[in-house]
Ligand binder design. Structure first.
Ligand code: GLU
Length: 338
């Protein structure tokens, strides 16, 4: 690596909420190839902050599945839960800068008070209820919010232009839609220029959950920055999250990585492969006697790499070419593994 080209650092960031399936295998293999083909490093970070769904047993299973697939990583496996202190420092920075505020609304209240759903924004992922800004400017600190209301509070990041800034005008006008919407613009190396209006996608988002655990958006931004991650290749279901993560990176003065969002793998009916999809988990395929090179070959073919060639993940690094990655969702024909 020459001194003028900084080392590429990629990462695999699975959540330990179930066994890996072929869709995960595809995104992780592509992320791994992309970094390794550039002579870069790859980190493995287990995103275990979702207390309701994350289980320790899945961490071991994921490591086993990735190893079977032929992937490796630099350094120890990182558990996000072991770095809460540094995420708290980032949160303090946001609190100090007045970028977040306490919110005591329940999910149900948010749903009921949310503006009418703005569905079908072309090319953008599923629409969540837009937080109407109810708690903006209502309380000083989180402790105060909790003392006054007797409820636990989350902290939300204030999205400039999303509902709430001009809430009074909106209600006078009888409007239920977002006011003064602002788009977050960024370039995705696969999907091209993106312009995502967070006022249509959830509005002010949670960065610290009830009880104080960091929410996904902040934890990811902090972990990627701490590890010096320079490229993020992941499923395009996270495009809207990328807009949120960019706002956090800007607010925290952190660099943004290169973004590559790959379309998700779909089942024959065109539905996204879910973790429960029977028969398509790497563990089941392995137990049925499948060789990992078959999975590697399928991912390679789906990524425009020479279909005739065989080999392990490592043996095929040189065939990877980001410019040949298709932009369309990949349909999985289960007979490919029959
Ligand atoms: N842990 C997330 C997931 O499994 C991915 C996070 C990311 O790539 O930023 O969906």
């Amino acid at each position: 690596m020459s001194s003028t080209s900084p080392t590429v650092v990629g990462r695999l960031a699975p959540s330990p909420t179930g066994r890996l399936h072929l869709g995960h295998a595809r995104s992780f293999l592509l992320a791994w190839w992309s970094a390794r083909a550039a002579g870069g490093r790859v980190l493995l970070r287990i995103e275990d902050l979702d207390q309701e769904r994350a289980r320790e047993q899945w961490t071991a299973a994921i490591v086993e599945d990735l190893t079977w697939l032929g992937l490796d990583w630099d350094g120890a496996v990182e558990l996000q839960s072991e770095h809460l202190d540094t995420v708290d420092l980032a949160l303090e920075q946001l609190v100090g800068a007045g970028r977040v505020y306490p919110c005591v609304c329940t999910r149900r209240e948010v749903r009921e008070a949310a503006s009418a759903p703005h569905d079908e924004v072309p090319g953008q992922a599923s629409i969540e209820p837009v937080y109407p800004g109810t708690c903006r400017g209502r309380f000083g600190t989180r402790a105060e919010a909790e003392a006054i209301t007797g409820r636990q509070a989350v902290l939300r990041f204030l999205v400039e232009g999303a509902a709430g800034t001009a809430r009074s005008q909106a209600s006078i006008a009888g409007s239920t839609g977002p006011v003064g919407a602002t788009a977050v613009d960024f370039h995705d190396e696969l999907q091209g220029p993106q312009s995502i209006d967070l006022a249509l996608h959830g509005g002010d988002f949670v960065v610290s959950r009830k009880g104080g655990l960091p929410a996904y958006q902040l934890a990811v931004v902090e972990a990627d920055a701490r590890a010096g991650v320079t490229e993020v290749l992941r499923g395009d279901d996270l495009l809207v999250s990328t807009a949120r993560q960019l706002l956090l990176q800007r607010a925290l003065g952190l660099p943004s990585p290169r973004w590559l969002h790959v379309p998700l793998v779909q089942d024959p009916e065109g539905e996204r492969l879910a973790k429960r999809t029977g028969g398509l988990s790497l563990a089941e395929l392995r137990e049925a006697g499948l060789e990992p090179e078959r999975v590697v070959a399928w991912v390679a073919a789906s990524a425009g790499m020479s279909p005739g060639r065989r080999g392990t993940a490592a043996e095929r690094i040189g065939d990877f070419d980001v410019d040949r990655l298709p932009r369309e969702p990949v349909r999985l024909d289960p007979r490919a593994f029959g």
